[in-house]
Design a protein around this ligand. Structure first.
Ligand code: FAD
Length: 438
């Protein structure tokens, strides 16, 4: 909801400033006049969306609270990216279509009104180059956008190709500067666009030179690990060798093990006790996480970038219902540890739904729940099926008065949220962590 509002607010602000920037006296009506309006509008919107998306990709922790955490604003980044591609397509169509109509003989070529002054053309020598570069950048944008949305395209290749967006953006800045109509440079929209594009250009540079997240990177080494065969979860203990700022239960970090190709996000599954120790539980679901148990070593160097996220369990007052699907149990393990470390008590029911039971792992969860005084309900989905409201009514009859915190597969979260919302739970009382950034 909050993300939709931010997306709508950016769109409305750009359109409002654009409306205030158009010289309506020059509009004479007809297709050419409409084209003269829509080409800048679609171009400005495409650049504004792309700039905002690139700013978010730079992981500005300052906006985490406002946007609900890094996992959420990567979702906004995705919508902004889609918005940029849609606007770029419209920009290209509005630019090209009247010319095609002229070639077909269906539209008269543009005539300058008798006596009308020629439009001033700054950067006249670069206009053809800017136009050609813009067109090629547009085609590449379409390809990169399609690859980003095509879920079967492997993540590690998506990650590499997606970084080209930063370079593409710099090319499109050149296109924009050279081809923006002269009248827009002194209009209200220009101030917003200069600030937005300028800061996004810095973010694009940071991406190209690998500097994103650098100030939040800490080093450490693997102290212990254990692979649970029953649920394919690798427990990893890490000792930090540089000063960690501490974290709230439910936050996550990007982990890069020495000798592996790139960082992956994992929830920190331990509470913070100022000991420099962090724990993670990593489920083997793809090529990297399945390979990890075979290559991890005690003493292996590790880079931990974080902490990020705002899945922070809100206030400790009032009853809470926690629902975990599979490895979505990790933020709840961290929270139970944090409650125990702080010596707090809280009215909590934890439903841990899993199709892959591993006795040792379940015992870890049980021990953490007992120590924190959390009521644990383990659901073996193979025997009992998926969690639904009818089952909740039996296990936790008072759930309607609780705040719900969910972490697990997105389809599970969607169906649970819809059922609970339809049953009267206000949207603001259903909190969820997104385990997927794409
Ligand atoms: C905020 C957050 C917290 C998470 N916490 C945990 C956790 O505690 N335990 C756990 O087991 N898993 C967690 N995950 C999921 C974990 O990051 C992925 O399972 C893992 O990265 C998959 O990598 P892979 O190469 O093995 O699988 P692939 O099959 O290559 O990827 C599967 C999916 O994982 C995601 N992914 C892969 N690589 C990356 C990357 N470098 N950066 C971002 N996303 C990526 C993509 O959505 C991809 O579609 C979390 C994810 C997020 C976003």
């Amino acid at each position: 909801m909050r993300l939709k509002f931010v997306f709508a607010a950016i769109t409305a602000l750009v359109i409002a400033l654009w409306l205030a920037s158009v010289d309506w006296a020059l509009m004479s009506g007809g297709i050419w006049s409409a084209r003269g309006l829509l080409v800048p509008l679609t171009g400005i919107l495409a650049m504004a969306f792309m700039a905002a998306a690139i700013l978010l990709a730079a992981r500005p922790v300052q906006v985490e609270t406002a946007l609900g955490g890094l996992d959420k604003f990567y979702r906004l980044h995705k919508w902004l990216g889609i918005g940029a591609v849609v606007m770029a397509v419209l920009h290209w169509l509005v630019e090209k279509a009247p010319k095609w109509l002229v070639e077909l003989g269906w539209l008269a070529p543009r005539q300058r009104a008798a006596g009308a002054a020629a439009e001033p053309r700054p950067f006249a020598d670069y206009r053809d180059l800017a136009s050609d570069l813009g067109e090629w950048a547009f085609y590449l944008l379409l390809v990169l956008g399609a690859l980003a949305l095509w879920r079967r395209f492997p993540y590690h290749l998506f990650f590499k190709t997606h970084r080209l967006m930063a370079a593409l953006f710099l090319v499109l800045i050149f296109h924009t500067i050279v081809l923006t109509p002269a009248s827009y440079w002194t209009a209200p929209i220009s101030l917003l666009m200069i600030v937005l594009i300028g800061t996004a250009a810095v973010a694009a540079g940071m991406s190209i030179f690998g500097r994103i997240g650098k100030s939040h990177r800490f080093t450490g080494e693997v102290t212990d690990f254990h692979f649970h065969e029953g649920n394919s979860v690798l427990d990893v203990g890490v000792k930090l060798t540089t000063a960690w700022p501490g974290h709230a239960a439910g936050q996550f970090a990007f982990l890069k093990f020495a000798g592996t190709e790139r960082a992956h996000p994992f929830t920190i599954s331990s509470g913070w006790a100022n000991t420099g120790r962090l724990a993670f539980s990593i489920k083997g679901i793809g090529d990297y996480t399945r390979r990890l148990p075979g290559i991890i070593e005690v003493g292996q160097a590790i880079t931990v970038e974080g902490p990020y996220g705002r899945f922070d369990f809100g206030s400790a007052e009032g009853p809470q219902l926690w629902i975990a699907g599979g490895v979505g149990i990790t933020p709840f393990i961290a929270r139970m540890e944090a409650i125990t470390i702080a010596g707090q008590s809280q009215d909590v029911d934890l439903i841990y739904s899993t199709g892959a039971l591993d006795d040792a792992f379940i015992n870890e969860v049980r021990r953490a729940a007992d120590a924190a005084g959390v009521r644990l309900h383990i659901v073996d989905t193979g025997l009992e099926g998926f969690v639904d409201l009818a089952k909740l009514a039996v296990w936790t009859p008072g759930w309607r008065s609780a705040d719900v915190w969910f972490c697990g597969p997105s389809k599970f979260g969607d169906s649970l949220y819809q059922a609970m919302h339809a049953d009267g739970l206000p949207a603001g009382r259903f909190h969820r962590e997104l385990f997927d950034m794409r």
